[in-house]
Design a protein around this ligand. Sequence first.
Ligand SMILES: [Zn+2]
Length: 260
Amino acid sequence: MLDVIALPAFSDNYIWLLRLRGDKRCWVVDPGEAAPVQRYIQSQDLQLEGILLTHHHPDHIGGVEELAQPSTTIIGSFQDVYRLPKLSLQVAAGDRFQVLGETVQVMEVPGHTLGHLAFYIADQSPPLLFCGDTLFAGGCGRLFEGTPEQMHASLQSLAQLPEKTLVFAAHEYTLKNLQFALEVEPGNQALQERYQACEKLRAEHKPTLPSTIVDEKATNPFLRVEVPEVIQSASNKAQQTSLKEPVDVFATLRKWKDSA
Ligand SMILES: [Zn+2]
């Protein structure tokens, strides 16, 4: 079984570190800075075997140059080969590779950036998903490069994963996301309960992540664009009688959140 460790970075990033108990090797996802990784690796006497990069933003790749040794495998999207540092393996949708003996499947999830990837490990119980800035607990990434259509489709593809899949997003944005979600869907009881549970975790300085696909489907408005209360709130915001297409509901929510 893989262990996944949260290494906090900057003010609200998580660098996820993967290791096997009793094994010196480890991998990290999106090391925006090197120091938190170096500290953990030294304290546990580990060796960094590889790095997974979901996308090219500096707070996800800033530590790569400092962490990479000649033997370190660095994996990212073929689309961002000129923007990702030191790539040793370029991957695309449907590709598979091994991390610590486990098969990792590559998903392309454009929207936040065009070359954004998610990494899915199916053969763990529960399965693991590393989704960068695409799906957050209670929210989703801003559309810096892609269209609402692309991001909506990307989120829908993640929502198809098994419900118990653990969602390792790259930021601790959960409380703010859930506050927005409550504006959209004040009548959602599961959402109210989740907000209280996450408030308690943050008061204890604990991460609200990983989340699960089932919790996201129950509380994340960006995955709930076909729910009547969400459609109604978005329609009110857009001053439309009723938004017909799920992607229009999604686009309205995203714009609303951007200006909130
Ligand atoms: Zn980003």
